[in-house]
Design a protein around this ligand. Sequence first.
Ligand SMILES: [Zn+2]
Length: 270
Amino acid sequence: MRKLLLRSSLALTLSATALTGCSSTTNPGVIGSDRQQLLLVSSEQVLQLSAQSYNQTLQEARKKGVLDTDPAMKARLERIANRLIPQVSAYRGDAARWNWDVHTIKSDQLHAYVMPGGKIMVYPGIVDRLNLTDAEIAAIMGHEMAHALREHARERMSSQYATQAGIGIAASVFGLSQGQAQLATIAGDLGISRPHSRTQESEADKIGLVLMAKAGYDPNASLTLWQKMQRASKGAPPQFLSTHPSSGNRLAALSALIPDVMPYYNQARQ
Ligand SMILES: [Zn+2]
């Protein structure tokens, strides 16, 4: 019996490995990048689908006249992104060459996200209503960029694929059925509107902190950011928090990490 179990678990391991299986999207030895990931769907598949979803979003926003309506806001966000982007090479060399992109959609909602491949979207509502400083914006962007670097959307699609519930999605991903537009919607949905897991959240917190510190933004701003977010969640919770579930100890975990990233911040300021 034990032998049989052993053999079947070995077979499972082998087939998972054959499907690319467990690996990591980022360089080892950097804060927040140590976890092995289940990656059954390729980056190319995810990028292709999410690019369609992203372009669809941009087109619709442009049609409604809500895309990039405030040039000063867009310029501010781009300036912050341009300080953060060069820091990503600590995690993965290819990401520094991604076509990073910053857009805004006029909305009062407290929301921001990064699509796979580095497409940053910020709703000005989150900046204005929370009265965010540049460093607090860098904390949001760094966190979002971390989700893209670690390919958390691809990981979620992979775990869907690994379950019965994901068979429809798997069929779609491998082009077995359904129209392309529908596929893009699925990819977009998985990428931005499903909640990240707690594990992914704490990873994004850690990596985001490193990125902002290396870019010369005071990592303590991550604490004031999440405090503002918490205060805003009395009443109607911000959309951002529905896709980025907070664990009770987020602030404590961030505080504990700040001494580790302060050297990056001090170095960047010199
Ligand atoms: Zn998150």
